[in-house]
Design a binder for this molecule. Structure first.
Ligand code: KMH
Ligand code: ZN
Length: 303
């Protein structure tokens, strides 16, 4: 009998998009983020994608100190630690890269192009906020550019590669795949490229099945057999796009960073719940979640 396909489940625990008033389940303090990470790893996530927040206000905090309160405990789960270099679109690149360059994790995110980053439509759904920063965070997204110039990409890539860190290349559009192909050749990046395709974020590609197929086909054409493909559907797109990837031979990212939902109108009580829902999808297509060591093997991480 053929062995089940191993699917890498990444779990993004808190991020910098959603704000605390949107869900009581969004982890904010170091203890909450650590507890969420443990639950997600127990549920089968092999990669934990990590951001930090100010415990008082829930505001994204990209300081090395904030990560120092979280990373050692998350490492003990045995999962692959993936430190964000995206931080928040409101931060500059040196601030965003600091924790990953300091901690030299196995994996760090790397955003492959500059773009609009529209969070303000969430104001249509959420209107009551406990903290002053939350409303302006959403409103100001109208005029922010998530800046990831080629210079920014080279800066993060250069520092990370020296440390043995490999990257989750976040591609929000087809053009980002072309930038990745260019950078991989220009910088002589060897080994497997881990492509995280992001669907459904306003400013990036949509979440239609044709978008997903186009992303996959273009990645196949540009990167051939030297990449592993993962998908992330923003908001209500999350599980639908996870199901497409399960059927199409890809890997999957979930977590409250990307979506607060467990189903239509139903808030997820944890990132682990979303990991479990993906487990059900995988069972339906005869696939299994990869363990952290299997993920390391598939992606060629330093361990
Ligand atoms: N929040 C995701 C859509 C990063 O941390 O580098 C993108 C992200 C960015 O995860
Ligand atoms: Zn992130």
């Amino acid at each position: 009998m053929a062995k089940p396909r191993k699917v890498i489940i990444s779990c993004a625990l808190t991020g910098a998009i959603h704000t605390p008033s949107m869900s009581p389940h969004l982890p904010v303090t170091p203890d909450e983020i650590i507890a969420e990470g443990r639950r997600a790893a127990d549920a089968g996530a092999s990669i934990l994608h990590v951001h930090a927040r100010d415990p008082e206000t829930g505001r994204p905090d990209q300081s090395v100190e904030a990560f120092s309160r979280i990373l050692p405990a998350l490492k003990e789960t045995g999962a692959v630690i993936n430190v964000t270099t995206g931080g928040s679109p409101f931060m500059d690149v040196s601030e965003r890269a600091a924790p990953a360059l300091h901690y030299k994790p196995e994996l760090a995110s790397l955003n492959m192009g500059s773009m609009n980053f529209g969070l303000y439509p969430m104001l249509d759904r959420f209107s009551e906020f406990e903290h002053d920063w939350e409303r302006s965070h959403l409103e100001n997204s109208k005029d922010v550019i998530f800046k990831n110039t080629f210079g920014d990409i080279e800066y993060i890539l250069g520092g990370g590669l020296k440390n043995g860190t490999r990257f989750e290349f976040e591609c929000y559009d087809i053009s980002h795949l072309y930038s990745l192909q260019h950078m991989a050749a220009r910088k002589g990046i060897e080994g497997t490229l881990f492509v995280q395709s992001v669907f459904g974020l306003l400013g990036g590609i949509g979440g239609h099945p044709e978008d997903v197929q186009m992303m996959r086909r273009t990645a196949d054409r540009l990167l051939g057999d030297r990449y592993e493909w993962s998908v992330l559907g923003a908001g209500a797109n999350q599980l639908r796009i996870a199901a497409m990837s399960a059927a199409m031979g890809g890997h999957i990212r979930v977590g409250l960073e990307d979506s607060l939902w467990a189903g239509p109108g139903e808030k997820a009580t944890s990132s682990a719940q979303q990991v479990e829902l993906v487990g059900q999808i995988l069972a339906g297509v005869g696939a299994e979640m990869a363990t952290p060591d299997e993920a390391r093997d598939i992606l060629g991480l330093k361990g």
